[in-house]
Design a protein around this ligand. Structure first.
Ligand code: ZN
Length: 435
């Protein structure tokens, strides 16, 4: 199955130049440092783009051989990378009154059941990816549903948009309603087929996708680990230690495991391409394991606040941390909104997070943790031209605030606090304008 909606996209010329205030990172900013050398800010500069890649970054206006997009006075950032988000949960966003396990049963599982229908999967994927782009997110690590067709729809729709997408059929063979369970043999066949067809094609990559420990039998977890061991280029995504009741349930289901994380670790699911969502209730040993393996935690502040899951210890972590929306537990696809929520989570813990730490986690930090740092997450020569252009301020309140900002961090922090998808002026994916 293949489908595109290319007709709505504006083709950019082969060689073109973009003007604006360029902001990205050359390294990870230190916690609490508002003026780190890792920040690279070039006011009123030009990016030169050829065949979808950045080939120049300069102050001087390019010669007449370059077509141009003049975004003077606007903020130019790398496209955001959302490292944990659920395509089929777009419609359960903002569902009232529950914690994680009840929320799955009441809202999420019924919605996910409908993705057995290929037409529904395809329409859901297209709406979802267009919504990501409209939020300034050009790359994502995504959960579809247990249905093979839901992963196919996401891969095909992302390829049609030129997006970098990491996903894989969800594995769940127990503790889920009828219509949302697979079995080990069929699930393995489906994974092998999807890997062969999509992993490494265009900008797509496959993630062995375990929903979470309670919904997979030990046999299925072992199969998932074997897939990862057989091909080190595969990603792995799952949830870990999000909620106290969930952690207690995992301890009951896996009495031999040292911890929740250990359920994954002992079968080979924790490695340098593992994306572990949440990680609120990790113990000190878990933290060392994640750091040693080079895995990352996708921090989901909007979801953690909305579902009342808990407060993630960011400054205490020595492992890679990326930023994620976790829609529909999260209440917005906008990563600036999630940066603000991340700031509030730390404020409740008595800590203060700089705009640099937040922005880095949504761009270069996520790219490095996904082993894609040469490709995405920055505005350097050689990287793919996944670029978003933002209004520094939208509306009278933000304009008044922006007008009095003096230091760069002050200005960017106010932007992060007040911006959302309405600030997005343009979005380019591999050099093609999508918004
Ligand atoms: Zn999630």
């Amino acid at each position: 199955m293949s489908f595109t909606n290319q007709e709505k996209f504006v083709d950019s010329p082969r060689r073109w130049a973009l003007r604006g205030d360029l902001l990205d990172f050359t390294a990870a900013p230190r916690w609490g440092d508002t003026e780190p050398p890792a920040v690279r800010f070039d006011r009123d500069h030009w990016l030169l783009i050829e065949d979808g890649r950045i080939v120049g970054r300069q102050a001087a206006e390019p010669d007449a051989g370059w077509a141009r997009k003049d975004h003077a006075g606007k903020l130019v950032l790398p496209g955001f990378i959302d490292t944990h988000v659920h395509c089929p949960q777009l419609e359960v966003i903002g569902s009232y009154g529950t914690e994680l396990l009840d929320w799955l049963k009441r809202y999420t599982f019924p919605s996910e059941c409908t993705f057995a229908d290929p037409a529904r999967s395809r329409a859901g994927a297209e709406v979802f990816l267009d919504a990501l782009l409209a939020s300034g997110t050009t790359s994502a690590v995504v959960f579809p549903t247990v249905h093979k067709v839901s992963a196919e729809a996401l891969f095909d729709s992302a390829a049609a948009r030129g997006m970098r997408l990491i996903t894989g059929k969800v594995l769940m063979d127990r503790h889920a309603p009828d219509g949302l369970r697979d079995d080990v043999v069929q699930a393995e066949k489906d994974c092998v087929d999807l890997i062969a067809r999509f992993h490494g094609r265009d900008r797509l990559a496959y993630a062995v996708t375990v929903r979470f420990a309670p919904t997979s039998t030990p046999e299925q977890l072992a199969m998932a680990g074997a897939l990862c061991r057989a091909d080190a280029s595969l990603y792995m995504q799952t949830h870990v230690a999000e909620n106290r009741a969930e952690v207690a349930w995992v301890a009951e289901l896996f009495p031999d495991a040292r911890s929740y994380l250990d359920v994954y670790e002992r079968v080979g699911l924790v490695h340098e391409r593992s994306v572990l969502a949440h990680g609120i209730y990790l113990d000190p040993h878990d933290r060392v394991v994640i750091a040693d393996r080079g895995a990352q935690v996708a921090h989901c502040p909007s979801s953690n606040l909305f579902l009342g899951s808990g407060l993630f210890d960011w400054p205490g972590a020595a492992f890679n941390i990326s930023l994620a929306s976790d829609v529909g537990g999260g209440t917005t696809l906008s990563l600036p909104r999630n940066m603000l929520d991340a700031y509030k989570v730390q404020a409740l813990r008595g800590e203060r997070m700089t705009a640099w730490v937040a922005l880095h986690a949504a761009t270069r930090g996520a790219a490095e943790a996904l082993q894609l740092g040469r490709e995405i997450g920055g505005l350097s020569v050689g990287q793919t031209a996944d670029i978003c252009v933002w209004d520094w301020a939208q509306g009278p309140v933000a304009e008044a605030r922006d007008a009095v900002a003096r230091e760069l961090h002050e200005r960017v922090f106010a932007w992060m606090t007040l911006a959302d998808e309405r600030n997005l002026a343009a979005c380019y994916v591999a050099g093609q304008q999508r918004i």
